[in-house]
Structures are given as C-alpha cells and as structure tokens.
Design a protein around this ligand. Structure first.
Ligand SMILES: Cc1cc2nc3c(=O)[nH]c(=O)nc-3n(C[C@H](O)[C@H](O)[C@H](O)COP(=O)(O)OP(=O)(O)OC[C@H]3O[C@@H](n4cnc5c(N)ncnc54)[C@H](O)[C@@H]3O)c2cc1C
Length: 383
C-alpha cells in the first residue's frame, strides 16, 4: 500500500529503531545523541513528519495514509520522535498549519516541522476537572499590545526543554462557556514561566518524555500570539484533540500488535506441565480474543480516518475508538505480560514499559467515561 512507504518505515524500524531501544530507554545524554542521529537519518531518508502535508513541510498524504504508517511507527514508544510526528508537537503543528497567521507559521511552525524545536500543549489544570474544560481558570488579560497570563497548568507533556507552548486561557470570562477561552502561543523563555516535571507511574522522564507542571506568573506575550480568533480556544481544541486522539489510537495499534506477536512467539517457545504454553486453552483464548479485538480496532480506526479525509469531523467514531482501543491495548499487553510470567515484568522485553504507558491511555485526551458519554449522547439523539 502507498508506494512502499509502509515498507520503508518498517525497514527503518527494523534496522535502526528497535536496536536502539535499550540505549534510548536509558534517557541520558548518550540517549539524546542516539535520538539526534536517528532523526537526522529519518529526515535524510524522507521519512519525516508524515502527519503533515508537503505544503506544511511534511511528507503526509492524508489521515488514511498516516494510519497505515503510524501503526508501524507506534510499535516503539520512541519512534514518533524519530520521525518528528510525536505528540504533542504533531497536534500543535496541525493547528498552527490550520489557524496560524503567516508570521506565526514562520516563527513557530517552521522550526517545529524542521525539528529544530519542540512544543507543549498547556490545557489541564491541577485544581479543576480536565475532563470538563469549561471550568479552566488560567487567565489572559490584554494589557496594551500584550497578553498577560496568570495560572497553573499540569500534564503539559514534553514541556521540559521545549521552545514554546500553546496555552488555553480564559480571555473573555463573560462570554458563553465555549467562547470564553483562547489559545495563545507562549515562548518557553518568557519571564514568569516555570516548568517542573511531575513523575508519572514512577517515571520522571527527560525532555520530550516528561509531563510537567507549568506556572504562568504575569507572563507577557504579544497580542498577535493568539491562535485563530479571540474566543476560538474550544473550537481549535476540538480540531486538535479529535485528530490527536486518533493519532494515539493508530500508534496503540502498533503497540497491541507488537505485544500480540511477542505473546504468540513466547507461547510457542515456553513449556510448562509437559507441553507448550501455546497448547493451553487459556493461552489460545487470549490469542484468539486479542486477534479479533486488534482487528476490530484497526477497522474502526481506518473507518474514522476515511471519514476525516472526507471532511467529516468523525466525533462519534473518534470517541468510540478512543475508549474501546484503550481497553484492548491494556488487555492485550496485560495478557502478553502474563504469558511471559516474571520475564514480562523485567526490562528484557518491552512489555512492562508498554503496560505502564498504556494505562495512561484510558485518561489522557479525555477519560474513557467521557468518550462513552459522547458516543451514547450522539446515538440517543437519533431516537
Ligand atoms: C500521560 C498523560 C499525558 C497528558 N498530557 C497532557 C498534555 O500534554 N496537555 C494537557 O493539557 N493535558 C494532558 N493530560 C491531561 C489529561 O488530558 C487529563 O488528565 C484528562 O483530560 C482528565 O482530566 P483530569 O485528570 O483533570 O480528571 P478529571 O476531569 O478530574 O476526572 C477524574 C475522573 O472522573 C471521571 N469522570 C470525569 N467526567 C466524567 C463523566 N462525565 N462521567 C463519568 N465519569 C467521569 C473519570 O473516571 C475521570 O478519570 C495528560 C494526562 C496524562 C495521564
């Protein structure tokens, strides 16, 4: 499919990414060097920014094509960064491309696509529900020709070492709830901005892999740094989060498939109670159920991608696959860990790290319960 692009990504993964995983997982200065070299190689081979169209500096050919490639890329947690299509930069790049002025594109989008900088998306706050963003409290007030931002965000992924962030802030407190907020571009070196990683599942992370608390204390940025129109914050967030959610699911397909393959291989290898694990019916059930569920996730994802390419916002399809695939992801990896016994919890397979990362998938970009609510509300409207 797609002129051999998937094969090209697969070959690059086999030859360069999987062998580098142990070094990358150490997350030290040597790992940074390995990552830099991988990124340069990926760029030189034209395997760069496949989520963006060529007019935005990427190599993309639409959502459906990206779904195909992203399943390959998603197999390794590091590969999205290698190919410069990592969250949250991919979503930030997309909204900058869609809503940015020429000046914003030159100042923020171009270096992002070139891979010269990274970014973060600052929406969730520790003191109020992130699932219901109408209650967000961070304020931006216009003072002459500058926005002055005050507030406290957290879970701004990748904020450590990023060049800029996009912050959701209340600019119009008296407007109707979905017109109160705007998205504002904030250079990370702005005075008054402080970033601190919050360890997640016992993991502090480094640079791109951090999830940070960010304090904005009288941060001043030019009035022209608002993205889209003032009050467009929710509208743009929907444009960003919808595709962003499905980018995650595409990568989860890669994670599920890799866990599944490890489970099958090990079940054929390991013996207990006089026979191979592959001959025990419980293990066979896990293999059969996983195969069916992964394929279901794949088809729902492709269906949503097709609809997005056709101009539909695919709200129901995206919410449906977000909560369903998050469950399948966790279950398939958990089964693979179980088949591996104690080995599955060591770092001699990628499974333990995959399982830990998968748990967050049921929460970020909207918890399962909220996506179920969205799906059922839309379905019930038909009756
Ligand atoms: C690894 C990770 C990375 C993240 N990265 C980012 C990022 O880069 N930028 C950013 O802004 N945010 C980020 N987030 C934050 C994430 O999007 C929020 O955690 C999420 O939206 C939920 O918000 P909350 O944590 O405030 O939970 P709350 O809104 O307080 O909800 C808590 C729980 O209440 C339940 N609940 C909520 N609403 C309902 C409902 N209607 N019906 C039933 N139950 C409900 C759910 O079980 C939910 O888990 C990240 C989170 C994680 C875990």
């Amino acid at each position: 499919m797609l002129n051999g692009m998937r094969e090209a990504y697969r070959a690059f993964m086999d030859e360069h990414v999987y062998p580098a995983e142990p070094a990358l997982a150490r997350e030290d200065e040597a790992a940074d060097e390995v990552m830099l070299a991988l990124r340069e190689r990926a760029k030189a081979e034209g395997l760069w920014a496949p989520h963006l169209p060529p007019e935005a500096g990427g190599s993309g050919a639409g959502f459906l094509a990206y779904a195909d490639l992203n399943e390959e890329i998603g197999r390794s947690v590091w590969a999205q960064l290698v190919f410069n299509c990592q969250a949250p930069d991919a979503g930030n790049g997309e909204i900058l491309f869609m809503f940015g002025t020429d000046e914003q594109k030159e100042r923020f989008l171009r270096p992002l696509v070139e891979g010269e900088t990274r970014s973060f998306f600052s929406m969730t706050e520790p003191d109020v529900s992130g699932a219901d963003p109408t209650g967000l409290q961070t304020r931006a007030v216009l003072d002459g020709d500058a926005w002055v931002i005050d507030g406290n965000k957290w879970f701004s992924s990748g904020a450590e070492g990023a060049g800029f962030g996009i912050v959701m802030a209340v600019t119009d407190p008296d407007a109707e709830p979905h017109r109160r907020m705007s998205q504002i571009l904030v250079p990370a070196d702005s005075p008054g901005l402080r970033v601190e990683p919050v360890p997640v599942s016992g993991h502090r992370g480094r640079g791109w892999s951090t999830h940070c608390e960010v304090w904005y204390s009288g941060v001043r940025v030019p009035a022209a740094n608002v993205l889209g129109e003032r009050g467009d914050g929710f509208r743009i967030a929907q444009k960003r989060l919808g595709p962003g959610r499905i980018h995650h699911v595409m990568r989860w397909l890669g994670q599920m498939q890799r866990a599944f393959e490890l489970m099958c291989s090990y079940a054929l290898e390991r013996e207990a109670f006089g026979g191979r694990l592959a001959d025990k019916q419980t293990v066979q059930n896990w293999i059969a159920d996983s195969a069916a569920e992964i394929q279901a996730c794949r088809f729902i994802t492709l269906d949503a991608a097709r609809k997005i390419d056709a101009g539909d916002d695919a709200r129901v399809e995206i919410s449906l696959i977000k909560f369903y695939a998050a469950r399948v992801l966790n279950e398939v990896i958990d089964r693979a860990v179980q088949v591996h016994g104690a080995l599955g919890l060591t770092d001699r397979t990628p499974l333990a790290a995959m399982l830990s990362a998968a748990r967050a998938g049921r929460i970020y970009d909207g918890p399962d319960e909220v996506h179920r609510m969205v799906v059922s509300r839309r379905i019930l409207k038909e009756f």
